[in-house]
Design a protein around this ligand. Structure first.
Ligand SMILES: Nc1ncnc2c1ncn2[C@@H]1O[C@H](COP(=O)(O)OP(=O)(O)OP(=O)(O)O)[C@@H](O)[C@H]1O
Ligand SMILES: [Mg+2]
Length: 428
């Protein structure tokens, strides 16, 4: 018996045999962030113990005291996690009114579990109609908590929880990988939400250099042994780069050649999407069966281009082709990078955007000092200089790509505009 179980047993809180049996069939919960707001110790205690259960070891769970009012206060300034657990002793109508207030400061993608003190069918129906994932009546046990969370996030029939973001350059060397890694890092640190970066440039990938990692295993093990891929195997291939960021590194060696089938990466990407809310795909600048499939299947595509003619031609071809391949999705997003390089004749952002029919979501200036220092030190831009304007732009892109509500953004001049524009686009 471990210490916790022993303590719990001493306090008469050990799970019963039937609970242990019920829990033994549960699968590990993916890398989600969870915040609980409790009004009573009777509910906070089991949630805290659930956090120590092995099935919850990948989650980031924090318990706050104070119910929905505290949550409303909290999310006025903090990003919302993947799951919010709320305890409330309010009577049914009060509870619904409080949840409506909370909805105004929460990301609509966050899931919510309510632990109430009223066993009331009307309330249950209203809550489910309101989009609450589950309503549980107190008292609850640790096993109840783990079971409810895994019912929501581990259901094999459920769609994967993670969104995939594929980054590709319109030409080689335009900075697509650097931008992908930095946006991934921003997503993970800004929102304390798990991100997996997959380096699909097996021969020459630079994610290992940029994140200062040298793992013995990585993405190659997965693509060369697709029959072994599951969440447990994926875990062994991931290298932890930051608190909420892990990397499926490329071998970056030439011992083998990398001529894959079109679907070669599909399974590892899907598995990654089952374990983390965001999966960033660093796709090399090539057009092959597998790069085409990977881009076609991604939830979002970000094309990085520098403002010159060959980039414009290639970006146009990529955008037109991807629009055809993904008729029911929005067009790829565009980032213009290395703008304002001294002495280089450039196409202005407006002239660049016009033939593409897409306004760039950001224009990142050429800054060899910031990028050079960051690359040479194996650090992210935000670790070098968190206040730098380029870092702020990268943060803004992370907000927009993850669909974070405007309200959460520490606004800089121009960002409100950018988000409003993108929102208008989304609605169209
Ligand atoms: N805005 C910028 N200003 C200055 N240097 C930059 C900028 N963006 C990227 N770089 C530098 O450009 C180089 C190429 O970047 P990166 O490897 O990310 O490009 P890529 O498009 O992924 O290239 P590849 O085609 O090799 O995959 C790196 O040294 C990077 O630090
Ligand atoms: Mg690259």
């Amino acid at each position: 018996m471990n210490n916790l179980a022993y303590d719990a047993a001493l306090q008469g809180e050990a799970p019963s045999e039937s609970e242990v049996a019920a829990m033994s069939t549960l699968r590990p919960v993916p890398r989600i962030s969870i915040q609980a707001f409790c009004e009573t110790e009777g509910v906070a205690g089991p949630i805290e113990r659930a956090a120590d259960d092995r099935r919850m070891s990948k989650t980031h769970l924090k318990v706050h005291m104070g119910g929905i009012a505290t949550a409303i206060d909290f999310y006025h300034s903090a990003p919302t996690p993947n799951l919010i657990v709320l305890e409330s002793r309010d009577e049914p109508r009060q509870l619904i009114a409080a949840l409506k207030q909370l909805a105004e400061v929460c990301d609509p993608n966050s899931k919510v579990i309510v632990i109430g003190h009223y066993n009331d069918v009307w309330l249950y129906r209203e809550l489910i109609r309101f989009g609450i994932s589950e309503y549980v009546v107190a008292p609850i046990s640790m096993a109840d908590i783990v079971a409810v969370i895994s019912a929501i996030f581990v259901d094999p029939e459920a769609a994967p929880i993670g969104r995939s973001f594929a980054f590709i350059g319109a030409k080689g060397g335009v900075g697509s990988s650097t931008i992908a890694h930095n946006i991934a890092w921003s997503m993970s640190s800004l929102f304390s939400s798990e991100v997996v970066v997959a380096d699909l440039d097996l021969a020459f990938g630079t994610a290992n250099i940029n994140f200062d990692q040298d793992p013995a295993q990585g993405i190659a093990e997965a693509v060369f042994a697709p029959e072994r891929i599951d969440e447990v195997y994926l875990d062994r291939l991931l290298a932890q780069c930051a608190e909420h960021l892990s990397l499926l590194a490329a071998p970056s060696t030439l011992e083998r050649v990398y001529d894959f089938d079109p679907e070669a990466f599909s399974q590892i990407i899907e598995t990654a999407q089952r374990t983390a809310p965001a999966v960033v795909l660093d796709v090399p600048h090539i057009w092959s069966g597998w790069s085409k499939t990977t881009l076609t299947q991604a939830d979002e595509i970000v094309i990085t281009a520098t403002p010159e003619l060959a980039n414009l031609r290639n970006a146009k071809n990529l955008i037109d082709m991807l629009r055809k391949l993904r008729p029911n999705d929005g067009p790829p997003k565009l980032i213009v990078n290395q703008a304002g390089m001294p002495k280089r004749p450039e196409i202005s952002p407006a002239d660049f955007a016009e033939p593409l029919g897409i306004a760039p979501m950001a224009v990142i200036p050429f800054d060899p000092q910031l990028f050079g220092n960051s690359a040479n030190n194996g650090r992210m831009l935000g670790e070098m200089d968190a206040q730098h304007a380029i870092v702020q732009t990268v943060n803004e892109i992370a907000h927009v790509l993850t669909g974070r509500s405007e309200i959460k953004t520490k606004k800089k001049v121009g960002l409100g505009d950018l988000i409003a524009r993108l929102k208008r686009k989304k609605r169209m």
